[in-house]
Design a binder for this molecule. Structure first.
Ligand code: PMP
Length: 433
């Protein structure tokens, strides 16, 4: 049995100062989370000295593996020059040029520090340019902590074909969200078309994850993203792809490149700097004109384009732009998916492991999952918690949320995947007993 005494001690002390001992709500799990000591490659060690293969990977930010040498070297060089915030340098330009080169819709680029900030910027640009107020979002898609985006992320309102906004967080002025946010089901072209047509004069933008990794791994149906593009374009609605998780994983240019659909704006973050805090809004040059200082939409942030994160991002994108990382991720993903389906039939369990670009989920159903409500039903509840616990006991660290976006990094090997498959087989035997 894995001993977690030191983690328990830190948790108890941390809980006296920080809610449930964590700084991001989903990091908490019962009876207490693990606390890390260090990480390298595909491994993470906790303060009790337990060594895990990491499939959480910093909320899907660590795409290359922990302490990836080229990224660390770039950070060290930036530190020697001096951490500057407050004066621009050459580095952000180099990064913007790189993004412009590899992301088809990136005519312009603005750098921020978190996904929430990039999404906030996207919404401000959309509203300022269109002079319209309403935003359409997909049920279950998560876009960070902007007040308008804490709607229908974790719970559903209304019916499956006609959802209504569910405000997910206290502290958000609910009436305003109900007025200004419209919710539609993912993968349902008809429902989207109806809502867009009924509200087109008031709708500034549609924001969505092109692949719904916040519901595990829900893929767009064939042709769906192209239809979304057509409907938004025909009705003068700005299309925002939130690629904070999905960016760079399958193609250097993101899911926009992979599915050959060009959004007006797109947000990137997490894997962009292999775990260092940076995000970007990219998109149409004419829309960017609205941003300050030239335009009237405020844009600013003390830590925007700080040298360390920008240096990390340039080194990371250098690695991500050749396609080698994506090839490795896709090879390991295939190995995992094939191995898992062999295990599921051998054990006669109704489960699937959908995956793309090194991100994967466990669904406790053998049916195809096409949207948030189906994903939620397939989450497994207690079965999933038992599976996560059994995997932790065998040295594999998974986030303790059903339908979470688990990951594989460039540092994982075929042997790591084979060990995971062995662990899954024995864990599932215990879980499903
Ligand atoms: N968009 C998506 C798709 C996300 O998954 C997240 C975070 N999980 C965010 C935005 C917000 O990013 P951050 O936590 O960096 O603010």
């Amino acid at each position: 049995m894995v001993l977690l005494d030191r983690s328990k001690d830190i948790f108890e002390e941390a809980s006296t100062l920080m809610p449930r001992g964590v700084n991001t709500a989903p990091r908490f799990f019962k009876p207490h989370p693990i606390y890390s000591q260090r990480a390298k490659g595909a491994h993470i060690w906790d303060v009790d000295g337990n060594d895990y293969i990491d499939h959480h990977l910093g909320h899907s930010a660590v795409i290359l593996g922990h302490q990836f040498p080229k990224v660390i070297d770039a950070i060290n060089r930036a530190l020697e020059v001096g951490l500057s915030t407050g004066v621009e340098s050459r580095l952000p330009l180099d990064l913007a040029k790189k993004m412009h080169q590899i992301i088809p819709c990136a005519e312009n680029v603005s750098l921020a520090t978190s996904g929430t900030e990039a999404v906030t910027l996207a919404l401000h640009v959309s509203r300022a340019c269109s002079k319209k107020k309403k935003i359409i979002k997909m049920e279950g898609h998560f876009h960070g902590r902007h007040d308008d985006m804490l709607v229908s992320c974790f719970a559903a309102g209304g019916s499956a074909t006609k959802p209504i906004p569910h405000v997910d967080s206290a502290g958000v002025v609910a009436e305003e969200r109900r007025r200004n946010v419209l919710v539609v089901p993912f993968n349902d072209t008809e429902a989207l078309e109806k809502v867009v047509k009924a509200h087109k004069k008031e709708v500034a933008a549609l924001i969505m994850e092109p692949v719904a990794f916040n519901n595990g791994c829900v893929l767009p149906k064939e042709g769906y993203l192209a239809s979304v593009r057509e409907i938004t374009e025909d009705n003068d609605v700005i299309l925002i792809f939130d690629e904070i998780i999905s960016g760079f994983r399958v193609r250097p240019g993101g899911m926009g490149e992979y599915y050959n659909v060009k959004p007006d704006l797109a947000t990137f973050g997490k894997p962009m700097a292999n775990g260092y805090s940076i995000s970007a809004l990219v998109g149409r040059k004419d829309l960017f004109q609205v941003l300050a200082p030239g335009g009237s939409a405020y844009f600013g942030g003390t830590f925007n384009a700080n040298q360390v994160s920008v240096a990390a991002a340039i080194a990371c994108l250098d690695e991500l732009s050749s396609g080698t990382v994506q090839e490795h991720l896709s090879k390991l993903t295939r190995r995992l998916v094939d191995g898992f389906s062999r295990i599921a039939s051998k054990l006669h369990i109704r489960m699937t492991l959908p995956a793309l670009g090194g991100q994967f989920a466990f669904y406790f159903t053998d049916r195809e999952v096409t949207n948030f409500r189906e994903a939620k039903r397939a989450g497994g509840g207690e079965d999933f918690f038992r599976l996560q616990h059994n995997l932790l006991e065998r040295g594999f660290y998974f986030h303790r949320s059903p339908t979470y976006h688990n990951g594989i990094s460039f540092s994982h090997t075929e042997e790591d995947i084979d060990h995971l498959l062995q662990a899954l087989e024995s864990s599932l035997k215990e879980t499903m007993r």
